[in-house]
Design a protein around this ligand. Structure first.
Ligand code: IMP
Ligand code: MG
Length: 176
């Protein structure tokens, strides 16, 4: 029993997220035609989506982790990405898939993608569990999108509110 103040409602049940991971995982295998992929999980929010998704990526796959945040006026190209934890491996000439929890403004992800692009991977795509298109500021989109959602504050399946609720096995929202 969680000792919580917030009232959390289910937005996307666990079964729906799991089914979506299977669908997208199979699509990825098909799209890369058996070529190896390099899955990059963005810490910390994407861990549960990453682990669900990778079960369904039945081809050669490496996994790695990165933690980034952005600051500065990131709506323009002058935004700066701060890498709190960098990759362990090399991505040169590899098929990189950035695995994200949610694309909100897209500012951090846009800068992160540019940062990784500088290492000359063979290709780079984005796979996000959630997308809030109405909030977008940066010119970026997901190549694989689990669910488009309204402008709600969501938690669970890796996503947090003040570091809480990441362990909920479904996507919920905080009723305000
Ligand atoms: P942005 O796309 O650069 O604005 O930042 C996206 C990051 O903000 C995500 O990776 C999440 O960590 C966090 N975030 C955005 N919207 C939500 C939400 O509704 N719940 C929890 N975290 C969120
Ligand atoms: Mg994140």
């Amino acid at each position: 029993m969680m000792n919580t103040k917030e009232n959390i409602k289910v937005l996307i049940p666990r079964e729906d997220v799991e089914a979506k991971a299977a669908e997208i995982g199979a699509q990825i295998v098909k799209d890369y035609e058996g070529e190896p992929v390099y899955l990059i999980c963005t810490l910390r929010g994407a861990i549960m989506w990453m682990s669900e998704l990778m079960k369904h990526i039945n081809c050669d796959a490496e996994i790695d982790f990165i933690q980034a945040s952005s600051y500065g006026s990131s709506q323009t190209s002058s935004g700066v990405v701060k890498i709190k934890k960098d990759l362990e491996g090399e991505i040169y000439n590899k098929n990189v898939i950035i695995v994200e929890d949610i694309i909100d403004t897209g500012n951090t992800l846009k800068l992160l993608k540019e940062y990784l692009q500088d290492r000359n991977p063979k290709s780079i795509k984005i796979c996000t569990l959630l997308d809030k298109p109405s909030r977008r500021e940066a010119d970026i989109k997901g190549d694989y999108v689990g669910f488009e959602i309204e402008n709600l504050f969501v938690v669970g399946f890796g996503l947090d509110f003040a570091q809480k609720y990441r362990n909920l096995p479904y996507v919920g929202y905080i009723e305000g």
